[in-house]
Design a protein around this ligand. Structure first.
Ligand SMILES: [Zn+2]
Ligand SMILES: [Zn+2]
Length: 527
């Protein structure tokens, strides 16, 4: 007998209907005895439909969920939509639709396709980050961070995408380009909201011991956090302020033959002599037009300018010149460096270009006192270092730091490459940041009982490039009353970044039906 050919159009809808009716993939979260939370990344609906990458991801995860179910686990496999954000908004702009309408259509289509794949997602716990019942809690989380001093507003040089017309987090700039549209990102000075993630740098690093991450992920995160141990050393400017510098090599202090400030460093104005000041000013103005990545590129010629000012090397007591150079960044360390050309490649190149002295203080193996052909960055024995001559350089790091600390000129210090997370976006499609500005009271958080701050329907939601969100054009949204004094006040018009929405959705799933809390800690802990 001829076997009946497999007819997916008949068989699959039939069984999918039966699965849906019987709730075969649903699990009682309260009573489950062997909870297994099969968590997959939720999609953002930034296209008309699923693409094959989604299918690739969900099939693997779904297969694993089925396997655990066969082992007898109570498998909870929810999903949802990362529907707010620049990706969905850019897609809406691209096809000339409004994101508020388009997102509803797209998420419905995504869901139908995900169901047609036969996945065992439990849609009764689905979340959608663009729905007020979800984003009121995103705003609530922002308020908790604000109240804890972990969300703050500051003026800072930021990455600006001239195509997306918004700022970007450092993590969204890939090789100097916008991760969404590949435009060249430029620097702008703006007031922005930040989350103080740097306060958690050490905890993040310590967490690697417990996390079951692939080695490559751990390495990436370590480099991203970029913790370095060293010393903060204070150089006193002649007729000027104290200039602290951070260095990982305090053992080379006796070889510091000049100081370099970032063009944005506040001491630049005071240390520059009247003759040099106009040149320094012109140099700084030019540096402002350059991107960070461009400024620090290893192969680029190290430009710089002498300020005319001098500082005292705290170890040798010698006067050393103070330069300004754009390869020193204000956002890293203290915005000033001690330059040790004999033992740092960048400083060596700079010293050669500008005719600055090079003094060897860590003897390379077999060194006879001859001038170096290149910077020696390895370990060795200290020379030309006063009381520390003959000491191994590894040992000298702590010894010199201690010696400086006793004299009040330095201390052990740690620095990180990690920057605080810039989360405000001058765009439309995101949760409004729940903050009110009052002329009398200053920055006032929206009271929790007034959440959500609803995103209004704005017909012209296109970014304007003026540095403010399209919400700023909506007087009914902007104008409000101060929750503290009842006087006239204005709402914050920036929205928060997508990654704030998706930083907590996995906590929400088990409590997706709760309107009174963002998540039930006990339930979330169980799962
Ligand atoms: Zn862009
Ligand atoms: Zn007020």
């Amino acid at each position: 007998m001829q076997p009946e050919p497999y007819d997916p159009r008949a068989i699959e809808p039939k069984w999918q209907r039966i699965w849906a009716q019987t709730g075969i993939y649903r699990v009682d979260l309260l009573r489950a005895r062997r909870p297994f939370y099969n968590l997959t990344e939720f999609p953002y609906p930034s296209a008309e439909a699923l693409h094959v990458g989604h299918v690739y991801t969900y099939c693997g995860a779904d297969t694993y969920g089925r396997y655990r179910r066969m082992l007898g686990d109570d498998v909870f496999q929810p999903t949802g939509f990362d529907a707010f954000g620049i990706h969905s908004e850019n897609y809406a702009l691209h096809v000339g639709r409004h994101p508020m309408e388009l997102t509803v259509e797209n998420t419905a289509r995504y869901r139908r396709q995900m169901e047609e794949l036969g996945t065992l997602f439990d849609w009764t716990y689905a979340v959608d980050t663009s729905r007020p019942e979800y984003y009121r809690w995103t705003q609530w989380i922002f308020l908790q961070l604000y109240n804890a001093g972990l969300a703050y507003r500051a003026r800072a040089p930021v990455n600006w995408c001239p195509t997306c017309l918004t700022v970007l987090a450092n993590e969204q700039v890939i090789g100097g380009l916008c991760e969404r549209c590949d435009s060249t990102v430029v620097q702008r000075e703006m007031e922005q909201w930040f989350l103080r993630i740097t306060a958690y740098a050490d905890r993040l690093l310590a967490g690697h011991a417990e996390a079951d991450f692939p080695e490559v992920t751990v390495t990436l995160q370590r480099n991203w956090i970029g913790r370095s141990e060293g010393a903060e050393i204070v150089f006193r400017a002649v007729n000027g302020p104290d200039i602290p510098v951070f260095t990982t090599r305090p053992d080379t202090l006796f070889g510091a033959t000049y100081l370099v400030l970032a063009p944005e460093h506040p001491a630049v104005a005071t240390v520059s002599t009247p003759e040099q000041a106009p040149l320094v000013e012109a140099y700084a103005a030019q540096a402002r037009t350059k991107r960070e990545l461009e400024r620090v590129a290893a192969e680029r010629e190290k430009t710089g300018i002498f300020t005319g000012g001098e500082a005292i090397n705290p170890a040798t007591g010698e006067r050393i010149p103070i330069w300004v150079a754009d390869y020193v960044l204000m956002g890293y360390g203290t915005g000033a460096i001690m330059a040790v050309p004999a033992h740092d490649e960048r400083d060596y190149a700079f010293a050669r270009t500008h005719g600055l002295p090079i003094r060897v203080v860590v003897a390379p193996p077999g060194w006879q006192g001859e001038p170096l052909e290149a910077a020696y960055t390895g370990e060795g024995t200290l020379v030309n270092s006063g009381p520390f001559d003959g000491m191994p350089s590894e040992e000298a790091r702590a010894a010199i730091t201690r010696w400086l600390a006793e004299r009040g000129q330095g201390r052990p210090a740690v620095t990180y490459r990690l920057r605080d997370w810039l989360i405000s976006r001058q765009r439309y499609w995101g949760p409004p940041i729940p903050i009110i500005y009052c002329d009398r009271c200053g920055i006032v958080p929206v009271p929790e009982e007034d959440l959500p701050v609803r995103l209004p329907y704005v017909r012209d939601f296109r970014p304007k490039g003026t540095g403010v969100s399209p919400l700023a054009m909506v007087p009914e949204f902007v104008n409000t009353t101060c929750p503290q004094c009842g006087g006239p006040a204005r709402r914050e018009t920036d929205v928060s970044d997508t990654f704030l929405d998706s930083s907590w959705y996995f906590l929400r799933y088990p409590s997706a039906h709760r309107q009174d809390v963002p998540f039930d800690p006990e339930m979330t802990r169980k799962w």
